[in-house]
Design a protein around this ligand. Structure first.
Ligand SMILES: Cc1cc2nc3c(=O)[nH]c(=O)nc-3n(C[C@H](O)[C@H](O)[C@H](O)COP(=O)(O)OP(=O)(O)OC[C@H]3O[C@@H](n4cnc5c(N)ncnc54)[C@H](O)[C@@H]3O)c2cc1C
Length: 410
């Protein structure tokens, strides 16, 4: 059996950020990775995807963006390269092509069983990703035969789909970006819209994420917000990274010709049924955007920034009236359904009693009830930005301090 002080599971940016912080404290560790470094960026992203965070936000412990386009947005392959370079630069002790099959508590730590070997470690950090597997509704089982279904993890480009219309289910970042791309490829695209987070790309002349960063919104802490479970369930922001910094929201999609419908509520006898809540969920998203802009304006007034454009409010989301409530999937108008309905972690390899009744790991800012077992990279783990690349540095530093105290005490 191999021995180390800490096993980190996963060599995405979170595992590598953790590795860098552990190395800084001279904590012996390995990073076990089932594929190559940045596996998810290499294997699970569609061709045209760009980060929705600007380049200057690609900050990791000991690393800041050095290119000549701080306001641009990296492609998925550039992101994979950046993470790979970071692993090299930090000399992270990554063991690639090593899948962790199980982790279970044993005397003085954990037994980590991989498909290659066994490790004993006093502490384990799961950095295996919050977006490991698609959340697909049970409705997938009643989709009429002959319709192709896939998730954004499997989607690559419009050319890979059968000819014909595509129903995109879900209007968060992935859903709106894929719906736009498919529409531009000449296909009819209905977009089923549930709860969503509306964002303009720029506000008062600056990237909206610049504002959220500067005003401290992204730094809001998990133990200081009123409804943490809800905040952890929030879908991704409706944003896209393009050279012209365009806003992609329901209004712009509608103007292009994408057909907005409500949340997909059922499929009965081959007919898709949409909820009548489209106007309500859109008003709610407009309201929340207004509140965010209020926060930003209040902060800007206090910060007395020079040369800013004046405050602005965006037109309410226009929804079709009456909204379409059904779509007959038997007519073959729709040949493909894309489930852009979210992603979830896969922690099934954790053989430790820390799961709640819904199968979610219970944790306090990444610290589980099993001493020496930590999580990083989960939604709102310690801050609003915990799942963003920019969120890893602060979370990894705090978890490392906790882990160090655990090692000292045991
Ligand atoms: C479509 C999409 C777009 C995104 N865009 C942005 C963006 O613009 N800006 C931003 O900041 N963030 C973005 N994110 C969020 C986030 O930065 C990424 O999801 C990021 O990949 C998460 O990093 P991570 O290190 O937590 O997990 P991952 O990158 O998923 O890394 C986890 C690693 O663990 C490995 N692993 C999993 N299970 C095991 C196991 N049992 N044994 C060994 N290895 C294992 C995986 O192979 C993987 O390499 C996006 C996410 C998605 C899904």
């Amino acid at each position: 059996m191999l021995k180390t002080t800490t096993v980190v599971v996963g060599a995405g940016h979170c595992g590598l950020a953790m590795s860098r912080c552990l190395a800084e404290k001279s904590i012996d560790h390995v990073v076990l990775e089932r594929g190559e470094v940045a596996n998810s960026w290499r294997t699970q992203r569609w061709d045209s995807l760009r980060l929705l965070t600007p380049n200057w936000m690609t900050r990791l412990p000991g690393y800041a963006y050095r290119g000549n386009d701080p306001d641009g947005y990296l492609s998925a392959s550039e992101t994979a390269q950046l993470i790979t370079d970071y692993a090299k630069e930090t000399a992270a002790p990554v063991r690639a092509n090593t899948t962790v099959m199980s982790v279970r508590p044993v005397e003085r730590g954990y037994l980590v069983q991989t498909d290659q070997d066994r490790w004993h470690a006093r502490a384990v950090v799961s950095a295996s990703g919050a977006s490991a597997v698609p959340r697909v509704p049970a409705l997938q089982h009643v989709v009429p035969a002959g319709i192709t279904t896939l998730t954004p993890m499997e989607y690559r480009n419009p050319g890979g789909l059968p000819d014909g219309g595509v129903l995109v289910v879900g209007a968060s970042a992935s859903g709106i970006q894929i719906a736009e791309e498919l529409h531009h490829s000449g296909r009819p695209v209905p977009l089923a819209v549930g709860e969503h987070v509306r964002m303009p790309r720029t506000y008062r002349g600056k990237d909206i994420l610049w504002w959220m960063d500067a005003a401290g919104v992204l730094d809001e802490r998990y133990n200081e917000i009123p409804d943490l479970p809800r905040a952890r369930r929030l879908p991704s922001m409706q944003l896209v990274g393009t050279p012209e910094r365009k806003t992609l929201d329901l209004n712009s999609l509608r103007r292009l010709g994408v057909r907005l419908v409500g949340r997909l509520a059922g499929i009965r006898d081959g007919v898709a049924q949409f909820s009548g809540s489209l106007a309500n969920v859109s008003s709610l998203a407009d309201l929340k955007l207004g509140r965010l802009l209020d926060t930003i304006d209040t902060w800007a007034a206090k910060a007395r920034l020079d040369g800013l454009e004046p405050p602005q409010r965006f037109a309410p989301t226009e929804v079709p009236t009456p909204a379409r409530l059904t779509l007959d999937l038997r007519t073959r108008e729709i040949q493909t359904i894309i489930w852009a309905t979210g992603l979830r972690p896969d922690l099934s390899w954790l053989d430790v009693p820390i799961f709640d009744r819904k199968g979610r790991v219970e944790h306090d800012g990444g610290v589980t009830a099993s001493p020496g077992l930590y999580l990083i990279g989960m939604p709102f783990l310690r801050r609003r930005k915990s799942t963003l690349i920019d969120g890893a540095a602060a979370d990894a530093a705090e978890l490392t301090s906790h882990l160090l105290r655990h090692l000292d005490a045991t």
